[in-house]
Design a protein around this ligand. Structure first.
Ligand code: SF4
Length: 289
């Protein structure tokens, strides 16, 4: 099986991502986010481990690249805790930087800063997920990921080094992080160019975790999802009217602070002011040395 495969999230007809390859150096992820979607289709998801024969396989596949955009990673984080020791994602980037491709990193981790030198050698951008600027909420929702303050500092350093940054405020959960004006303002001040937002979608296992982590919130969310919500693919969504209201609010905030905005898997592409995943930020040539 190939390591570099075309990104096709569950053949979702409401995915508006541009054509791109997806690459996960690791299987699973140890950030242990309550709302994680990937955990529902990868067994023992939180027992993170590198892909078998990762570097040999990547070397074989990467020589065939012809300028494709590679998204790293969509079903895990390329910077789990062990990456600080293994350096495997770094070695993958060393291989890719010598090949004909463009790179989009999707992460919650400040370890990405270690690889700025490589990200400068190839057209690239980083999409940092910052779900909330509230440290306590983040600790509950993403218990093993770096805190939001660390992620904001990471965004700031990347921008200062000339690496374009988008922020994913994802997922938006009613009663938890639905009006992130202070976060959007902070992101804009740092020089981030784009926000991607998406509402929380229920899967059986993430709902179970949410009930354990935030029982009072889960009680309030129950009717929104299970009485008024809608089933799209294998997910239970909030009712469309509420999703529209939440995403319109984010779109307004983005506009107020001069950021491009897009929704992710919402069926609301009319709100998008740029390519949904922020990959439009990638410059055609390598980043500033
Ligand atoms: S960082 Fe992403 S892949 Fe890892 S647990 Fe959180 S949501 Fe899942």
């Amino acid at each position: 099986m190939s390591l570099l495969t075309w990104f096709d999230p569950w053949r979702s007809p409401i995915c508006t991502c541009p054509p791109k390859l997806t690459f996960n150096p690791y299987t699973g992820c140890d950030h242990k986010c309550v709302y994680c979607y990937a955990s529902s289709y990868i067994p023992q998801f939180y027992e993170c481990h590198p892909k078998k024969d990762l570097l040999q396989r990547l070397k074989r596949e990467a020589v065939r690249l012809k300028g494709e955009l590679i998204s790293i990673s969509n079903s895990s984080d390329p910077y789990p805790t062990m990456e600080a020791e293994t350096g495997l994602t770094r070695r993958c980037l060393e291989i890719l930087a010598k090949c004909n491709c463009r790179i989009q990193i999707i992460t919650k981790s400040n370890i990405v800063l270690r690889d700025i030198d490589l990200l400068k050698q190839v057209p690239s951008m980083v999409a940092l997920t910052i779900t909330t600027d509230d440290e306590e909420t983040a600790k509950t929702l993403e218990p093993h990921a770096p805190p939001p303050s660390e992620r904001l500092k990471t965004a700031e350093k990347l921008v200062a080094e000339g690496i374009p940054v988008a922020v994913r405020i994802d997922p938006i959960i009613p009663y938890v992080n639905e009006n992130p004006e202070a976060l959007v303002k902070a992101i804009a001040q740092i020089g981030v160019g784009h926000i991607t937002a998406s509402t929380y979608k229920v899967k059986a296992d993430n709902w179970q975790r949410l009930n354990l982590a935030m029982p009072k919130t889960a009680e309030k969310l129950k009717p929104l999802y299970f009485e008024k919500g809608e089933k799209i693919g294998r997910y239970t969504y909030l009712p469309k009217s509420l999703r529209l209201k939440l995403m319109e609010n984010l779109a307004k905030l983005a506009k107020r602070y001069g950021l491009k905005f897009a929704t992710c898997r919402e069926g609301l592409k009319g709100l998008n002011t740029a390519t949904c995943d922020g990959s439009w930020l990638i410059k055609p040539t390598r980043n500033r040395p």
